[in-house]
Design a protein around this ligand. Structure first.
Ligand SMILES: Nc1ncnc2c1ncn2[C@@H]1O[C@H](COP(=O)(O)OP(=O)(O)OP(=O)(O)O)[C@@H](O)[C@H]1O
Ligand code: SF4
Ligand SMILES: [Mg+2]
Length: 385
């Protein structure tokens, strides 16, 4: 299969996109989807068993997303965190149906009661941008340099809403006001706007068709701290004003606490813990979450910074047992052989770890020097370009 587009490079909803990833045979062979599924009225998104595999140019496969489950209520803000390469962007691109042709996808994505992935591109297309939209990683640097900001924000409106030129123009001005960009900037070119303004414009473009769910992939990277705070405030106020549900991907845990009501932590393509934001940061249950929190600088307290030894495993190989085991100071014999599953403990806290439920197995001695028993060069960076 050929795949020629880096998913992160696609900035505009109207960019010509690669052929959509095909569902695995197991899914494709299933009967057509149930048209509509009764769901609680507060439920907006239900992701069940989402898997993504990339076929690699040199042969072999990379299993980037490994059975992710997620739920989102209407208007809810969810943070998605985890080390580089753990599959955050790939999971979001799968929800949008915007993975390159080298990817295969399996699982269920129920948006507002409809399984939008059951028939691949055919079932996702009507929902993309109209109900679920995305601000891509690096979006603010991916505007077309020879088109004005206003023209580019109007593009999804022309494509997906078939608006007249005048109606599109009016909507662009409305969107600019919504994201705090003065109307006069519509005629400016991307290089004439500051980074913060360009990120606001990227958000305006994603909101053009009035979606119910916005996926924001690291929207504040490369912005200074003041502008970061403004963009995060904007996302919260848009979510509240428009009743917009938001998935915010970020490496910046303090930023996530500022925005998200719940947080899902990903490791090696899986969600390993999901909890309300305060609970997750105050009393993390999964050893990986605890390590991530401990590795976050705290400006108010002079506590020494810790780092997580080792590196995430290669996603090209089959993983045995718990993917975090080689780096985990609390690992037990069972961890080496059996993968833990995401389950609620007695307090209703959701995490995937054999410590959940008080396993009787004894703890293994720590890896030599506290280092993970993995080759630190195994972290996957291979992409199709
Ligand atoms: N088109 C592709 N072809 C092959 N492998 C890919 C492709 N896109 C992503 N990957 C691999 O999939 C895994 C997950 O990548 P992804 O970009 O989703 O991680 P991420 O969590 O978003 O990382 P970051 O925080 O650095 O943005 C990585 O191993 C990455 O190299
Ligand atoms: S399952 Fe075992 S190795 Fe994995 S995080 Fe829990 S204790 Fe550590
Ligand atoms: Mg990413």
């Amino acid at each position: 299969m050929s795949g020629s587009i880096d998913p992160h490079a696609a900035a505009s909803p109207a960019d010509s996109l690669p052929a959509p990833a095909t569902p695995r045979a197991s899914l494709a062979d299933q009967p057509p989807p149930t048209e509509y599924r009764a769901a609680p009225s507060h439920q907006l998104l239900e992701v069940r068993g989402l898997h993504v595999w990339f076929e690699l140019r040199g042969g072999g496969e990379l299993h980037a997303v490994r059975g992710v489950d997620l739920d989102l209520r209407r208007g809810e803000r969810l943070g998605l965190v985890g080390e580089s390469g753990c599959g955050k962007s790939t999971a979001l691109l799968a929800l949008m149906g915007l993975l390159p042709a080298s990817a295969s996808v399996a699982g269920e994505v129920i948006l507002d009661g409809r399984d939008i992935m059951a028939q691949g591109e055919r079932s996702i297309r009507p929902h993309r941008w109209r109900e679920v939209a995305m601000v891509f990683q690096g979006a603010m640097n991916a505007f077309n340099p020879v088109r004005t900001i206003g023209w580019q924000i109007a593009e999804p409106l022309r494509r997906h809403r078939s608006l007249s030129r005048a109606a599109a123009r009016a909507r662009v001005l409305e969107l600019l006001e919504l994201v705090g960009i003065p109307a006069g900037r519509a005629e400016r070119y991307p290089h004439e706007l500051s980074g913060g303004m360009r990120q606001r414009a990227a958000i305006a473009m994603a909101l053009a068709c009035d979606p119910k769910l916005l996926l924001a992939d690291e929207p504040t990277t490369a912005l200074d701290v003041m502008v970061q705070a403004q963009v995060l405030e904007l996302l919260v106020s848009l979510s509240e004003e428009l009743g917009l549900a938001l998935v915010l991907v970020s490496h910046d845990l303090p930023a996530v606490t500022q925005v998200a009501e719940r947080v899902a932590v990903m490791y090696a393509g899986e969600v390993v813990e999901c909890a309300f934001t305060g609970e997750l940061f105050d009393t993390p249950r999964h050893p990986y979450t605890a390590a991530l929190v401990a590795a976050t600088p705290d400006l108010l307290q002079a506590t020494p910074l810790s780092s997580i030894p080792g590196a995430p495993p290669s996603l090209r190989s089959q993983l045995q047992g718990c993917a975090f085991a080689p780096r985990c100071g609390q690992r037990m014999q069972i961890c080496e052989r059996h993968p833990p599953t995401l389950a609620a403990d007695a307090d209703g806290r959701l995490f995937a770890c054999h410590l959940n439920g008080g396993s009787p197995h004894h703890t293994l001695p720590p890896a030599p020097g506290g280092q993970a028993a993995v080759d630190s060069g195994t972290q996957d960076t291979e992409r199709r370009s």
